[in-house]
Design a protein around this ligand. Structure first.
Ligand code: NAP
Ligand code: MG
Length: 482
């Protein structure tokens, strides 16, 4: 991609534009550390204009026939599918994930436009019986302008997860992609226009979080905010939303457990557990970053996982191996700092525990798949790392498994592994998480609701429930007696 590519521009009202002060930033290929493109950095004025443009576009968009909105979103899905390879490659080069994960990301993004396109004309109100003489009904209305702030780890999926339901329900969107991986969403927005989305319905304002992100979340013209990212920034966004009295949906971090009972089918479980921590080099909010294993099978499980992890292949995203780089040197230093603190806290390292030699070869920040055994309560066992670091904790019985599982401040997802049906459901009910898989991890899909409890956030995206954050109910009561 050339530095002057239009994909590096702001997109406001359907027009690619430079920033009002001419400012820009470089986006980096994390596999090599090299700059790929320069991207315009939105100023406060640019954000202002994007919000005004989204507002101006919202009247026509909300009044369009739902079936027409749905058809446009389905046309977006089809055009994205035509550009599947290009978008997967862009995501891989900009975020570092192995190519087949880039392909999975665009396939999921396509599904969001397809799914919410299909739902646009099936959003129903209710009538409420109040006796003869009154007709009472509800109408579900869009908020207006939805601000969406997206992190770097899954731009395509997270961007589409918010934009598609917001647009399907008649809102217009101003999206701020992450500075570390803005390119794929800029391309999606350009393709969406080509597919027939009206100018101004989806505006994209790349730029720094502290300028463009802060301006967007504090903007009085924004009517609803969807934020995915860290707890620290999420709380700032929530505070800004509070000042304008607008609802906010927060998808924050996690420290999600796979809970492996002794009767688990390990042949099936171990590859899934492995992927749940190695996908995107562990930089996944819903990564399976804790392994709770019953003592009687602990040696076998840990031995087999050590082998699998040390055999994982590592290299640049485009080489499509098991593991790509971390997003930045800063993230690499953070991951290694967490592991080093863990070692000081007395955890046992079974494999990994250091930056990978591929960092020297390729220039990015690669980290060796790491498996450690810890006692509950250490920082490494409680805090999010966002790297390929799996922390194993040994338990004796169901009671202890649930206690350890719930022993962090998070509650995003969990996996329960057992052949005992009653135990599987008991544990699923007692684990505090927005999403539990039984004999799987991260099961479900675009069709199923997703979101956190506790410090993992609140509000649900995906599935039919995923339209709720973008709709408010109006009640209309008609006096029929005169
Ligand atoms: P982050 O630093 O919170 O950034 C997320 C987004 O917020 C980026 O677009 C960022 O812009 C922007 N931002 C930064 N400061 C801001 C401010 N003051 N006001 C408004 N926006 C601001 O998170 P990250 O480090 O990119 O992502 C990792 C975190 O996201 C992890 O904690 C992870 O668990 C969480 N996550 C959660 C989910 C989920 O669905 N629950 C999914 C993915 C990630 P810049 O890029 O310019 O800094
Ligand atoms: Mg960041």
């Amino acid at each position: 991609m050339s530095p002057t590519s239009p994909n590096g521009s702001l997109l406001i009202g359907g027009r690619p534009r430079e920033a009002s002060d001419g400012g820009s930033f470089a986006t980096i290929n994390p596999s090599t550390g090299e700059a790929i493109a320069r991207v315009a950095a939105a100023t406060v004025d640019d954000v202002d204009e994007a919000v005004a443009t989204a507002y101006a576009a919202s009247r026509r968009w909300r009044e369009a026939k739902p079936v027409e909105r749905g058809r446009v979103l389905q046309a977006v899905a089809r055009l994205l599918a035509e550009h599947r390879q290009e978008l997967a490659r862009l995501e891989t080069v900009d975020s570092g994930k192995p190519l087949r994960q880039g392909l999975a990301a665009i396939d999921t993004a396509i599904r969001y436009f397809e799914f919410y396109g299909g739902l646009a004309d099936k959003i129903l109100g209710t009538t409420i019986p109040l006796g003869a003489g009154v007709l009472d009904y509800t109408v579900r209305e869009p908020f207006g302008v939805s601000a969406q702030i997206v992190p770097w780890n899954y731009p395509l999926q997270i961007g589409a997860r918010g934009a598609a339901p917001a647009l399907a329900t008649g809102n217009t969107v101003v999206m701020k992609p992450a500075s570390e991986a803005p390119l794929s969403l800029l391309r999606v927005a350009t393709l969406a226009l080509e597919a027939g989305l009206p100018p101004g319905a989806l505006n994209v304002v790349p730029g720094s979080g502290s300028v463009a992100g802060a301006a967007l979340s504090a903007h009085a013209g924004v009517n609803q905010i969807t934020f995915t990212g860290s707890i620290e920034v999420g709380t700032q966004v929530m505070a800004a939303a509070a000042r304008n009295v607008v609802p906010v949906l927060l998808e924050l971090g996690g420290k999600s457990p796979n809970i492996v009972f002794a009767d688990t089918d390990l042949e099936t479980a171990l590859p899934i557990i492995l992927r749940s921590i190695l996908n995107n080099a562990g930089q996944t909010c819903s990564a399976g970053s804790r392994l709770l294993v019953q003592r009687t099978v602990a040696d076998e499980v840990l031995g087999r996982l050590t082998e699998l992890m040390s055999a994982a292949t590592i290299g640049p995203g485009v080489d499509d191996l098991d593991l790509g780089p971390l997003i930045s040197d800063r993230q690499g230093a953070f991951v290694h700092g967490m592991v080093s603190d863990g070692i000081r806290d007395g955890v046992e390292v079974l494999t990994g525990g250091a930056p990978a030699p591929q960092s020297e070869t390729f220039g990015g920040s690669f980290y060796s798949p790491t498996l450690v055994v810890s006692k509950p309560g250490t920082a490494i066992a409680r805090e999010e790392i966002f790297g390929p670091v799996l922390v194993a904790l040994v338990f004796d019985d169901e009671e202890e498994a649930v206690e350890i599982a719930n022993g962090t401040e998070f509650g995003l997802v969990a996996g329960v592994w057992t052949r005992d049906v009653a135990r599987a459901h008991r544990v699923a009910h007692r684990v505090e998480a927005g999403h539990v898989s039984i004999n799987d991890f991260g099961g479900g899909g675009v069709e199923t609701p997703f979101g956190g409890t506790r410090r993992s956030g609140f509000g649900r995206e995906k599935g039919v429930e995923g339209i709720n954050p973008y709709l408010q109910t109006k009640n209309v009561s008609v006096n029929l007696t005169h």
